[in-house]
Ligand binder design. Structure first.
Ligand SMILES: Nc1ncnc2c1ncn2[C@@H]1O[C@H](COP(=O)(O)OP(=O)(O)OP(=O)(O)O)[C@@H](O)[C@H]1O
Ligand SMILES: [Mg+2]
Length: 369
């Protein structure tokens, strides 16, 4: 799987560029604020239809222009896909695949799988559980689009339930409506919990191995799913128990006007040699945990779909020490990789690999020969 070329028109600080990409390694070198992340963002958008930096498409359109365009050819082994995204100010974006317009960008099934690693990913460890849930959710969504649909449904019903709890009109006759919400929320909530459980289990298995390889057996990394919904034998049992828990918590929920029980309170626990990585991990250890998790996600996708995804490394390569860089580079042989660097210092570790180097200056790219 690889991105063959990419055309950007009025995307952030790009005017009009058309790049032919290396099917293995692509390196973008440029000083700060030249357009490196903008390019990574554009490739990411081709896979998921949305940016990882903003929900507002108008921010992606060049300040002085009213519309912008991304076009890309994706090689998916035995066939190609031509993906186009057109953004206009104050209008929903238009996505086309092989010239056919999608009704809704959420329908985008690009066939392009990407895994992004950027400095912000340290927040997966440092910040609160929301960041960890986002990491898990985007990983599962890419593999199972229906998961994303269920997640949105869950959020909607949760909001309705909370509104009902808060409404001072809540009386006995609202109980019927609440029962109805509870049945719905337990059903969709169960499917989320089950998917997360399966995903984290698979990820944890790979991650254990990856992490001990990266740390040369010095560290043992274990990931655990933490949820207030117990995982029982089957979906039916989980759902039944879920409803019971909602009922048990009703008085508390009414008092606070929020729902205590459910996957919106889930967390992912990470332990290095039995110590909580969030509390006891050094900066470098935490960074390595994130690297292990990202590379495990790559392997997991490979296991599921049979080919490696495209790896996007924005501003992280130079931050790793030599040992970790070497480990990462070993991965590169199998897949298409996009790497951003601010100088050419760290190119040595990739000397023997098939690569194309682009120099970026103020939204203009020059290929190094
Ligand atoms: N909508 C926009 N229109 C025009 N320029 C924009 C727009 N959005 C962002 N930019 C500009 O694009 C420039 C490059 O941004 P980008 O994030 O790609 O830089 P970078 O090369 O990754 O830098 P760094 O090394 O600091 O991460 C910035 O100067 C930014 O102000
Ligand atoms: Mg950047």
């Amino acid at each position: 799987m690889n991105v063959e070329n990419i055309r950007l028109i009025n995307i952030r600080n790009y005017n009009n560029i058309n790049l032919n990409l290396n099917k293995n390694i692509n390196i973008f070198i440029g000083k700060n604020a030249q357009g490196k992340t903008n390019l990574i963002e554009s490739i990411y958008m081709c896979a998921s239809g949305k940016s990882f930096r903003t929900n507002k498409d108008r921010e992606i359109i060049n300040f002085s222009k009213s519309e912008a365009y991304i076009g890309t050819n994706i090689n998916l082994g035995n066939y190609n896909k031509f993906i186009e995204i057109k953004m206009q100010r104050d209008k929903p974006k238009i996505i086309r695949i092989n010239k056919t317009e999608l009704k809704n960008y959420r329908e985008l099934n690009s066939g392009l799988y990407v895994v992004l690693f950027c400095p912000d990913d340290l927040r997966i460890i440092k910040d609160g559980p929301q960041e960890r849930r986002n990491f898990i959710d985007s990983g599962i969504s890419q593999l199972r689009p229906v998961y994303n649909y269920n997640l949105n449904r869950y959020k909607k019903i949760l909001l309705q339930r909370n509104n009902l709890l808060k409404s001072n009109k809540f009386k006995k006759d609202a109980m019927n409506l609440l029962d109805l919400f509870d049945v719905q929320i337990a059903k969709v909530g169960t499917s989320i919990v089950v998917e997360r459980y399966k995903y984290i289990k698979a990820l944890a298995n790979i991650c254990k191995d990856t992490h001990s390889k990266i740390t040369k057996d010095k560290e043992n990394l274990s990931l655990h799913y933490s949820s207030n919904i117990p995982i029982l034998n089957d979906k039916e049992e989980i759902e039944k128990n879920y409803i019971d828990l909602l009922k048990k918590n009703l008085n508390r929920d009414l008092e606070y006007g929020t729902t205590e029980i459910g996957p919106h309170r889930d967390d992912l626990l990470m332990y290095i040699n039995d110590n909580d990585a969030k509390v006891f991990g050094s900066q470098g250890q935490q960074r390595t945990v994130v690297l292990s998790m990202i590379l495990s996600e790559v392997e997991l996708i490979k296991d599921e779909i049979g080919t490696y995804p495209v790896l996007l490394l924005d501003d992280v390569f130079s931050e790793l020490d030599e040992e970790r860089r070497e480990y990462l580079v070993k991965f590169f042989k199998n897949m298409q990789v996009f790497i951003t660097l601010t100088d050419s210092e760290n190119l040595k570790s990739m000397e023997s690999l098939d690569k194309t180097i682009f120099n970026i200056e103020n939204g203009k790219l020059k290929m190094e020969s």
